[in-house]
Unconditional design. Structure first.
Length: 281
């Protein structure tokens, strides 16, 4: 029986690495401090493997009838994809995978009836490249990436996202080797609308409301109130990435989250923040 030692969720705004210097100095300081704190929290739990859930920006999943989730099974990963290197101001990195862990999670998801696929050739963009820089700066902790369809309709419902998190948690506890220390993190959001009419704005009221909702630790209420429609009102084509945060909340057992930081940055075109679940059931 493996142990879930950490659960967290955070934004992966590309501007955090790509054009952070364009943000006001106070915002820049708060953003860096927030991500660095998330990294300290994660590394203090000494995980053996990271299981990440992040949205796929239509880079890997098929446009027609995409799966809700795709588990990455490769032994090694390289990122970001060549096209994104200049945009993210990252030369490139390599991080090990854990095919054994990935296969267990994929089999558990398929057995549970999730709309799920697996691949060993996933391309990375800001979805992993931004958070990994802070969570594991030396890229020394193996990663199992789970790409989630949060953009291409129909996206998973909040209820389906919660179900996926419950399946992941159960598989970690039941199927993975005893003594293995697993950290689960989700990335995406907060409010933003890439390429749309609200591209240069964000909805700070929504962001703070959503993070406060997670602090209540009520999965049913989150599903009832943080609907896909409500997220799209805050920013179409981007804010639904917060479905991944619901996966993380379910992995933690629906316990209250703790908001670590939040910055609403118009220069970076995104609400930027992070939450952790200190109690995991």
């Amino acid at each position: 029986m493996a142990e879930i030692v950490s659960v967290m969720a955070m934004a992966h705004a590309p501007g955090v690495t790509g054009w952070l210097d364009s943000a006001p100095e106070e915002e820049k300081t708060k953003i860096i401090a927030g991500y660095e704190e998330m990294g300290r929290i994660l590394r203090a739990t000494k995980p053996d493997v990271l299981v990440g859930v992040a949205n796929d920006h239509m880079l890997n999943l098929p446009l027609r009838d995409p799966p809700d989730f795709c588990v990455g099974t490769a032994a090694n990963w390289n990122g970001p994809a060549e096209f994104f290197k200049s945009w993210l101001a990252q030369d490139g990195y390599e991080v090990a995978g854990r095919p054994d862990v990935a296969e267990c999670l994929a089999q558990a998801g398929q057995s549970a009836g999730l709309k799920l696929d697996s691949r060993d050739d996933l391309l990375f963009d800001d979805n992993w490249s931004v958070p990994l820089l802070y969570l594991t700066p030396d890229y020394s902790i193996p990663l199992v990436p789970v790409h989630m369809n949060c953009i291409n309709a129909p996206v998973p419902t909040p209820e389906e996202s919660v179900r996926a998190g419950q399946v992941i948690a159960q598989s970690i506890k039941d199927d993975l080797p005893a003594g293995l220390r697993v950290a689960v993190f989700a990335t995406g959001g907060l409010s933003h609308e890439p390429g749309g009419p609200k591209y240069f704005t964000l909805d700070e009221d929504f962001d703070r409301w959503f993070m406060a909702l997670l602090e209540e630790g009520d999965l049913d209420k989150v599903c009832r109130e943080a609907t896909v429609e409500r997220m799209n009102e805050a920013g179409g084509g981007g804010t639904t990435e917060l479905l991944a945060w619901m996966v993380a909340m379910a992995v933690a057992g629906g316990t209250p989250a703790r908001s670590v930081f939040y910055v609403g940055s118009e220069e970076l075109r995104c609400g930027i923040g992070g939450s952790v679940w200190d109690s995991i059931h």
